[in-house]
Design a protein around this ligand. Structure first.
Ligand code: HAM
Length: 429
């Protein structure tokens, strides 16, 4: 026998069955993802977001310029390869791609404000952990052309509503990162402070002090966290415009009734952010990968990618992380057969096939028995499928044209005419 070929490390199969109750985690099934997706598809358009789909492959330069050379993503996590002389990358995130598409199609010249959402796989070569994969899915939104602050709050309220709708318990953390006027001063002060305590930092943060000092603030290492706790805060350095913007975001959120936690250590891992930054963090259920969604304002990105001075703000949520939480709650979306036909011979099978076809055409899920078996086993099969009713078709039923719809949970029976089955099923409470 030849050897089995296994999936790539950091990627996962999501199947409809749960034979995978390994680890302690409930296994994520397709139905969890569908529930998350459906709620997004219903909710996001209510806020004006329309779906956009961009390619998985982009030119490497898009991410180097967009996300920033000194970030972990660009520095060590991208799947980059040479395509006959051109460097291409499997997208590690979608904001840069969305901005590229927006500029490439001159959308800014056609509409002053743009709101797009997406559902798409992303690729980062990270160390695999629960809730952290090398291929993962994001559902995100991007609003371009609106300087805020009201849209910042509108978008945070959308994320808040979506997660609540799914029954996910989380805290919405909020911070401001300043802009090109005030952040350089903060960066300098922070760098000065960090240099004075460099010996207490981890090896990565020792480097970050020179390359990306703000990232030291969210390092999980206890030594770094202690240094970060006493570090100067962005708040003290904000320029008047950034201060007013942040106040506007908070006021609007208060009016909309969205609770937030002001978190001066929330800095985000991508370099394009300015002003508003936010993350939905779950207190439990995901271990160390506790951020289900993150985003913020990126007022300089469109320009950085060769476009005009157009402001933007967006977020992306990790679908697998959300699905793990739903799996723990036992919540998922499934279509179960409403009627299972148990037929006992060839003539009955032929009738069952047609009846199932009629039900499905009327929007009612139906399943037929494909295996020969006795009525007891067929009923067991109906039960395993989660059917609501079983209908046993034997010689007698074909002759009389009448059969019994058996409610599997209660055992209650309803006599129905086969010629009128669709109406009968629809009329049952
Ligand atoms: P991000 O914080 O890098 O932001 O990712 C957003 C979310 O994607 C995270 O909160 C997490 O739930 C999920 N995620 C990230 N990496 C992984 C992974 N390796 N495995 C599983 N889930 C993961 C962005 O990507 C920005 N583009 C968000 C944004 C949109 N900012 C403005 N607009």
């Amino acid at each position: 026998m030849s050897e089995k070929i296994r999936g790539v490390k950091g990627t996962r199969d999501v199947l409809p069955i749960d034979t995978y109750l390994k680890d302690k985690d409930p296994w994520v099934r397709v139905g969890h993802l569908q529930l998350i997706e459906r709620t997004a598809r219903e909710l996001f358009p209510l806020y004006g977001y329309r779906e956009a789909r961009t390619p998985i492959l982009e030119r490497t330069d898009l991410f180097v310029r967009g996300i920033g050379q000194e970030t972990d993503i660009v520095g060590k996590e991208m799947y980059t390869f040479d395509d006959k002389g051109e460097s291409l990358t499997l997208r590690p995130e979608n904001t840069a791609s969305i901005v590229r598409a927006y500029l490439e199609h001159n959308v800014n010249q056609q509409e002053p404000e743009t709101k797009w959402w997406y559902l798409a796989p992303m690729f980062r070569r990270e160390r695999q952990q629960r809730g952290r994969y090398r291929q993962f899915t994001q559902i995100g939104v991007e609003a371009l052309g609106n300087p805020g602050p009201r849209i910042d709050a509108e978008q945070i309220e959308l994320l808040d509503r979506w997660l609540r709708k799914l029954g996910i318990a989380f805290e919405m953390h909020l911070n401001t990162l300043g802009d090109q006027n005030c952040r350089p001063n903060y960066r300098e002060a922070l760098q000065k402070y960090l240099r004075s305590r460099i010996d207490e930092l981890c090896a990565d943060c020792k480097k970050r002090v020179e390359t990306n000092p703000i990232r030291v603030l969210d390092c999980k290492n206890p030594g770094c966290a202690e240094v970060a706790a006493q570090a100067p805060k962005m708040e003290q350095f904000l320029c008047d415009a950034c201060r007013a913007h942040f106040a506007g975001v908070q006021e609007t959120l208060q009016r909309l009734g969205v609770a937030t936690v002001i978190d001066p250590r929330l800095v985000r891992g991508l370099d394009y952010y300015t002003r508003t930054a936010y993350e939905a963090i779950v207190p439990s259920g995901l271990g160390s990968q506790s951020t289900v969604a993150g985003g913020g304002r990126y007022d300089g990105l469109v320009k950085e990618l060769g476009g005009p001075d157009v402001p933007g703000i967006g977020f992306a949520a990790g679908v697998e992380r959300m699905a793990l939480l739903l799996a723990q709650q036992g919540k998922e979306e499934t279509v179960r057969p409403v009627v299972f036909f148990a037929s006992l011979g060839p003539a009955e099978e032929a009738r069952a096939d047609r009846l199932a076809q009629q039900l499905r055409a009327a929007g009612i899920a139906a399943e037929v028995s494909f295996r020969k078996s006795n009525p007891g086993n067929l009923l067991k099969r109906a039960d395993a499928l989660g059917a609501r009713f079983a209908l046993v078709l034997g010689e007698q039923e074909l002759q009389t044209g009448r059969a019994k719809l058996k409610e599997l949970k209660t055992g209650a029976q309803h006599e129905v005419a086969l010629d009128d089955l669709v109406r009968a099923v629809k009329e049952l409470p």
